[in-house]
Design a protein around this ligand. Structure first.
Ligand code: ZN
Length: 312
């Protein structure tokens, strides 16, 4: 692969779509955020993205779509299926049976892969981030939802028909009952999504705190904040105990908005996990923070995935 090659990483979210252009070293050359059009015509939206990308290429790199330096597009979208290249049903976007890979290849005039965003974030961390040193790790994104990406034997594990790795929906033991966004009960996501954490904060304080406020009060030694951190750390550790005993990873890498709680939070989770986990794994699984930006993890991962595919 030539050193001057570049790739697109794109993350289509419910509200915004993020688009970055990267070089082979994982350096972000340019970046845009565009509102996601919730139309019945996803093809038109991909055409608009291609026009936007044409502006980025010409104004910042002085090249055009179709240039030989462009390796391809790696794109994340809700419910994106790597194997079929399609999004079967994404209620957040109002999309049904969208052949997303085909649309990208048509309008961007280069190879494309699609994938769910947590899987992409895991691939990005493996290539350029906290996962570089590990052959086996689980990336957990704690954001609007809770996602997981499994790197096993240095490769992304997708499960049959790309339906595996949904670590946000493991059931955790709990004295309470709380619904998950998927309709299930007491899933990891019920407690560790941004909404879940806010619910816990409001139950314990009757106040409305942001994650940042929780983090700074905790670091300042506030007793209520410490109680909240202990509770959510125990909930997260319970999930890690089940996932960890199954895969025996070297590490859990925490990404997403909640990763802003940082290393002090990780240490509490580490302690709880080591208390609860099977004796064979005590002290053996690290907990680290994702190093690619919490907002752009899937964008980095998209570029990492298409670079990896192109070098096969
Ligand atoms: Zn669920």
């Amino acid at each position: 692969m030539n050193k001057d090659q570049i790739a697109f990483g794109i993350d289509i979210g419910g509200t915004n779509t993020k688009m970055g252009i990267f070089d082979l070293e994982g350096k972000l050359l340019c970046f845009r955020t565009i509102p996601t059009a919730k139309s019945q015509d996803p093809e038109l939206f991909i055409e608009q993205l291609a026009q936007e990308s044409e502006h980025m290429l010409s104004s910042e790199l002085n090249i055009k779509l179709g240039d030989a330096r462009i390796v391809g597009v790696g794109a994340g979208a809700p419910m994106a299926n790597y194997f079929t290249g399609a999004v079967e049903h994404a209620p957040n976007l109002g999309w049904k049976n969208v052949p997303l890979k085909k649309h990208f290849e048509k309008y961007f005039r280069c190879p494309a892969v699609i994938e769910n965003d947590a899987n992409l974030a895991a691939v990005g961390e493996k290539k350029w981030g906290s996962g570089k040193e590990f052959t086996d790790f689980i990336l957990i994104t704690l954001g609007t939802g809770v996602g997981a990406g499994l790197i096993l034997n240095s490769k992304l594990y997708r499960g049959f028909n790309a339906l595996g790795g949904e670590g946000g929906h493991v059931i955790i033991p709990h004295e309470k009952k709380r619904l998950c966004s998927c309709g299930g009960m007491n899933h990891l996501e019920s407690y560790l999504s941004a909404k879940g954490i806010k619910e816990t904060i409001s139950e314990l304080t009757h106040e409305d705190w942001t994650i940042e406020k929780l983090g700074s009060l905790f670091r300042a030694g506030d007793l209520k904040a410490t109680a909240i951190i202990n509770q959510i750390a125990t909930e997260l550790a319970s999930g890690f105990v089940s996932i960890g005993v199954l895969f025996g990873p070297q590490a859990f890498v925490i990404g997403g908005g909640v990763s802003k709680l940082g290393d002090t939070f990780n240490q509490v989770v580490q302690k709880k996990m080591d208390e609860l986990i099977h004796f064979s794994l005590k002290g053996k699984i690290k907990i680290v923070t994702a190093t690619l930006s919490s907002e752009k993890g899937a964008v980095y991962g998209g570029a990492a995935l298409i670079f990896d595919e192109a070098s096969k």
